[in-house]
Design a protein around this ligand. Structure first.
Ligand code: PMP
Ligand code: GLN
Length: 385
């Protein structure tokens, strides 16, 4: 393997989904819904295939989808974007993350990241030659420590990479937390890349605030999202990046050498979804909230007290409560012990500092599954020794 792969372990999601498949366990690990998005949208994709959307789409995405994304940002957040220069379609938010890091980070630049992080951030910062500087959201509340964020900024800091609603903790950053991020970004003249793939998956009492809407931030913020999460089509890998033309242009400049262009038949279907199935993401959030409560109550009943996540489709538990010292060991043993798969969170943290590993005991459970699947998983957990 090339040296650049040396420090990067294989993604835990593939490992745990393979384990679920080989053991027949209930998969509460990798975050993908077991009910597909709207059938009307699937029909649009089928028609697009039949109608000849089978050759390369424009690199930045088809105009109809770029327009629908711009309309979405305007309708929901009042963000006014030029679809021709301020929107780029990507192969999932994953490619938007890759494009942002490869397009904006120079070797030696520091990128401040909320810890725990979505694992592709660390890999892509490393590919770009950047240096990841973690700012830990501490269990059990996982709030932003503004002083720690301030202290992480150095003369080498290039950008702040944030994620709200936050995978894996379920934290939704509050307006005042985001105002603190914005103040620091403006004071130090930093770019903010914000991963908002769970923008619509927010529960009662919480609100998603895009940091691009805060004063002075639209010009320095690149916002990433994905139809995978909002429309339950994770396998379609249709994502996007929006923001000022220079930042979007940097993503596009990198993207042209990554995939060049994204799947042509899926783009008109997602454009149609954004316009004609506009209520779907909200309805999904309502149904997810019930499933969140089902899972969290059930986990608590087996001794795994789960903080109720504010958004996303993940809940975090501390397996030290059950006497386990290590979340990875817990998750590797779980399929055999209980017939369930969950995700150890330690891979989403940097190396231990001062001998302390804040994520070692933490395990993430996905609740984007049908209620009977969650119930079966919980039944198995309660029957385990
Ligand atoms: N960011 C976060 C926080 C995620 O949870 C995911 C889901 N895997 C992604 C990005 C990637 O999204 P996509 O599947 O659209 O590439
Ligand atoms: N976002 C999903 C999760 O966090 C899927 C991850 C993946 O498949 N790489 O589980």
């Amino acid at each position: 393997d090339a040296d650049r792969l040396a420090g990067i372990p294989p993604t835990v999601f593939s490992r745990m989904s393979a384990l679920a498949a080989s053991t027949g366990a209930v998969n509460l690990g990798q975050g993908f819904p077991d009910r597909d998005g709207p059938s009307t949208v699937i029909e649009r994709a089928v028609s697009a295939l039949r109608d000849g959307a089978n050759q390369y789409a424009p690199g930045a995405g088809i105009p109809a989808l770029r327009r629908a994304i711009a309309d979405h940002q305007l309708r929901h957040y009042g963000l006014d974007l030029d679809p021709d220069t301020e929107v780029v379609v990507t192969t999932g938010a994953t490619e938007a993350i890759a494009g942002a890091m490869l397009g904006l980070v120079n070797p030696g630049d520091e990128v401040i990241v909320l810890e725990p992080w979505y694992d592709s951030y660390a890999a892509m910062i490393s590919f770009a030659g950047g240096v990841l500087r973690p700012v830990t959201l501490h269990a059990p509340e996982f709030r932003l420590d503004v002083d720690a964020l301030e202290a992480a900024v150095t003369s080498c800091t290039k950008l702040l990479l944030i994620n709200t609603p936050h995978n894996p903790t379920g934290t939704v950053l509050t307006r005042s937390e985001l105002e603190a991020v914005a103040r620091i970004a403006i004071e130090h003249d930093l770019i903010v890349v914000t991963d908002e793939v769970y923008e619509h998956l927010v529960f009662t009492g919480h609100t998603h605030v895009p940091i691009a809407t805060l004063p002075g931030m639209a010009d320095r913020t690149l916002t990433l999202s994905s139809a995978g999460k909002s429309y339950s089509f994770t396998g379609w890998k249709v994502g996007w990046a929006t923001g000022p033309a220079p930042l979007v242009g940097a993503v596009l400049a990198a993207k042209q050498w990554l995939s060049f262009t994204s799947a042509s038949a899926l783009q008109p279907a997602i454009a149609w979804a954004l316009e004609h199935e506009a209520a779907y993401p909200r309805e999904l959030a309502v149904s997810l909230e019930e499933r969140r409560d089902l899972l969290c109550d059930g986990l608590s009943a087996v001794g795994l007290t789960a903080r109720r996540p504010e958004g996303t489709y993940f809940a975090t538990t501390d397996v030290a409560h059950l006497g386990w010292k290590d979340g990875l060991e817990f998750c590797l043993a779980l399929p055999e012990r209980a017939g369930v798969v969950a995700i150890p969170m330690q891979g989403f943290y940097g190396s231990p500092r001062s001998g302390h590993h804040p994520g070692r005991h933490l395990v993430r459970w996905a609740f984007c599954k049908e209620p009977d699947v969650l119930q079966e998983g919980l039944r198995r957990l309660s029957a385990a020794d």
